[in-house]
Design a protein around this ligand. Structure first.
Ligand SMILES: [Zn+2]
Ligand SMILES: [Zn+2]
Length: 139
C-alpha cells in the first residue's frame, strides 16, 4: 500500500512540474509571438497576434487557438488601429447572442463591433468603442 502511495506522489509531483513548465513556456512563447507576428501579417486580417482571449461580442472565454474573427485597418497613428470585430466561432454560428458591450444591442450578422487595437510591443490590447448601431457604420 505504501508503494502505491509513493507512486501516486510521484505522479502528482510530475503533473505539478509539467503545469509550471507549460505556464512558463507559454508566457515566453506569447511574448515572442506578439512582436514578430504583427509585422508579417499585414495582409492577413484574420487572427491578429493581439486577438482577445475573451470574445468581446458574446463574452465567452476562448481556448488557445480559438480566434475572434476581425478585420484591422492600417495604422492611423503610431500605435493604434481601427478594428472591426465580427465575433468568434460560437456567436457567428448562432449559438450565442452577439451583444454590443457599449450599448447592449443585440447585433445582426451584418453588424460588427468597432474597436481600437493598440499595437504595443509585447502588450497589445483591444478597446471596444461600440457597434455599427451606436457608433454608426463608418467611424
Ligand atoms: Zn463570440
Ligand atoms: Zn453598440
Amino acid at each position: 500500500m505504501d508503494e502505491y502511495l509513493q507512486i501516486l506522489g510521484f505522479v502528482i509531483t510530475g503533473v505539478i512540474l509539467l503545469y509550471f513548465g507549460y505556464t512558463l513556456f507559454f508566457h515566453i512563447g506569447k511574448g515572442h509571438a506578439s512582436g514578430s507576428d504583427i509585422k508579417n501579417k499585414k495582409t492577413d486580417i484574420e487572427g491578429e497576434a493581439g486577438a482577445p482571449r475573451t470574445c468581446p461580442v458574446c463574452s465567452i472565454r476562448l481556448l488557445h487557438g480559438e480566434r475572434v474573427k476581425s478585420s484591422a485597418f492600417p495604422a492611423i497613428g503610431k500605435t493604434d488601429r481601427l478594428m472591426y470585430i465580427a465575433g468568434c466561432y460560437y456567436c457567428l454560428e448562432g449559438d450565442r447572442l452577439r451583444v454590443c458591450p457599449v450599448c447592449g444591442a443585440v447585433l445582426n450578422y451584418d453588424e460588427n463591433l468597432i474597436a481600437r487595437f493598440f499595437d504595443k510591443p509585447g502588450r497589445s490590447h483591444v478597446h471596444v468603442l461600440g457597434c455599427s448601431r451606436c457608433r454608426g457604420p463608418r467611424h
